[in-house]
Design a protein around this ligand. Structure first.
Ligand code: FES
Length: 112
């Protein structure tokens, strides 16, 4: 059985449509949250190519987060690489919104 932990990321109202937002989490690397058409998506915040923070150095275009360091890009829904030099997918997280709060689910094994 996979042990899944839910982590609160904060209020939905703190997210801005189309603006990637880095969210720090105690005890683990930050994630990046996106609000697109009222729907929340969450990925790892670190680009898989280098040391860029997607919440700070990323630009969202629809469902595509572009890392401005080297123009690598990912689909925020799946983590799929859309543009090199990135060649490893971005981790994505299941998202739930309850009572105006955003939660993600993280498995203990590190896989979702
Ligand atoms: S660090 Fe993100 S594309 Fe290079």
């Amino acid at each position: 059985m996979t042990d899944v932990t839910e982590i609160a990321l904060g209020p939905l109202a703190s997210l801005t449509e189309g603006a990637p937002t880095r969210i720090n989490i105690t005890g683990r690397p930050p994630v990046c949250a996106y609000l697109v058409d009222g729907q929340v998506y969450v990925t790892d915040n670190a680009c898989t190519h280098g040391d860029a923070s997607l919440g700070d150095e990323g630009e969202l275009d629809g469902f595509t987060i572009v890392c401005l360091y080297h123009d690598g890009a990912f689909d925020i829904r799946t983590g799929e690489v859309l543009n090199p030099p990135c060649n490893r997918p971005l981790r994505t997280y299941p998202v739930t919104v309850r009572d105006g709060q955003v939660w993600i689910a993280i498995s203990a094994a590190g896989e979702d």
